[in-house]
Ligand binder design. Structure first.
Ligand code: FES
Length: 178
């Protein structure tokens, strides 16, 4: 990782935004990366604004990876005030915002954030189903959704965690310390 990026990540990590569970969230998304073991959960709460349902607040919980935390911190700020559709239209590099271009080995960290967001905002989409639709049924233009659904050679694989684990029954991390 170059020093510039390290510095930007360090800056984002110095004051990470929107960490922790969001009480009264309208939706929760969770993804895991089976290769690096990182897991990210995202909570989203909506509000009505000018007759539109927009994201009031989003928070996240992540374990370990600084890049994912830095991106999630920036992304949860970025999506405030956007509709679910607008937030879903953001590309990975847009979510990473001020961090700028990520090196290839760190792109999956931002994709993890995008996956959690997608899982929260559009849990029924083909992209968030573990058994994705056949690639031939997907749009031909390569996009970021493909990154989640196409197995990558030598790359990492995101796992969209089961819908049942998102709501009431919280994994062990939440029950600790309460
Ligand atoms: Fe895997 Fe960052 S190292 S999410």
């Amino acid at each position: 990782m170059n020093q510039d990026l390290e510095k930007r990540i360090r800056e984002a990590m110095a004051n990470p935004q929107n960490i922790g569970e969001l009480a009264g969230a309208d939706s929760v998304g969770m993804v895991g990366n089976s290769e690096c073991g990182e897991m990210l959960r995202m909570w989203v709460k909506f509000k009505e604004e000018n007759g539109k349902k927009v994201i009031d607040r989003a928070t996240f919980q992540s374990f370990g990876c600084e890049t994912a935390i830095a991106v999630a911190s920036l992304a949860t700020e970025l999506i405030r005030g956007k509709t679910a559709e607008e937030a879903l239209a953001l590309k990975t590099e847009e979510l990473a915002g001020e961090l700028g271009p990520l090196p290839p080995m760190k792109i999956h960290c931002a994709q993890l954030v995008e996956g959690a967001l997608r899982s929260a905002l559009d849990p029924q989409s083909e992209a968030t189903k573990p058994a994705a639709a056949p690639l031939s049924a997907q749009p031909s233009a390569p996009n970021l959704l493909d990154n989640f659904t196409k197995p990558k050679e030598g790359g990492v694989r995101l796992v969209f965690l089961d819908e049942k684990t998102k709501g009431g029954s919280q994994p062990e991390a939440d029950s600790k310390g309460s």
